[in-house]
Design a protein around this ligand. Structure first.
Ligand code: GTP
Length: 215
């Protein structure tokens, strides 16, 4: 069997733009982000069942310790690590295996994005098309991204989702494209789709485009 090419896709955008909602719509429902954790808990309960009285306190202490450690590790994991989904089944490609990194869009975590640029092959940039006030901030973040040394020299495809198109006040994808000056992107293939991530509308068009442009 031919090995599938591993492809990393970074999902970026301001907080509340809809990145996680988009990825959750696309990923198969049987995938759990916290899969390994439930195994840990199974292990803990097995230990508990097998304890004898004289070791009870010892095991309780260990369980307590592992519980505290698990909580600490989880805390670090949730706050400092990007959410990481294997989405191979989402993309209808036989030769590529996709991993999507769902990065936090909150301002205090945006400086983490750049650590993933080198390893990524494509970018999904999500914009809340109903949030006219923060369109300028989205443009600033996009410009910073496109001018980064690990991005500007590469011909990686960039897919834009003008998300929340269902909102009454939402701007059209053409308008979003104008406000972000996307026509100035000359050295990379890019594409913009209007999407409603809650209903899953517009997502497949974008994913199909991305798949066709990853080399
Ligand atoms: P951060 O993790 O903070 O970076 O946010 P995010 O970009 O992952 O946003 P998230 O997917 O958590 O969505 C934020 C809110 O917007 C949620 O309440 C979603 O239900 C809502 N939302 C996402 N997509 C849409 C959409 O297409 N239409 C509407 N009306 N709401 C949406």
């Amino acid at each position: 069997l031919k090995e599938k090419k591993e492809v990393n896709v970074l999902c970026l955008g301001l907080d509340n733009s809809g990145k996680t909602t988009i990825i959750n719509q696309l990923k198969p429902s049987n995938l759990s982000l916290y899969g390994p954790l439930s195994d840990d808990w199974k292990h803990v309960s097995q230990v508990k069942v097998s304890t004898a009285y004289f070791t009870l306190f010892y095991y309780l202490f260990l369980i307590h310790l592992s519980y505290c450690l698990t909580v600490c590790v989880l805390f670090v994991y949730v706050y400092y690590r990007p959410r990481h989904n294997t989405l191979s089944q989402l993309f209808k490609s036989s030769s590529l295996s996709f991993t999507v990194f769902d990065m936090s869009g909150q301002s205090r975590y945006r400086n983490l994005w750049e650590h993933y640029y080198k390893e990524s092959h494509a970018i999904i940039f999500v914009i809340d098309s109903g949030d006219k006030l923060r369109m300028v901030v989205a443009k600033e973040e996009l410009d910073t991204l496109l001018n980064h040394q690990d991005i500007c020299s590469r011909r990686m495809p960039v897919l834009f989702f003008a998300n929340k198109s269902d909102l009454r006040e939402a701007l059209s994808s053409v308008k979003v494209s104008q406000l972000l000056c996307l026509e100035n992107i000359k050295d990379k293939p890019w594409h913009i789709c209007a999407s409603n991530a809650v209903k899953g509308e517009g997502l497949q068009e974008g994913v199909d485009w991305l798949q066709d442009h990853i080399r």
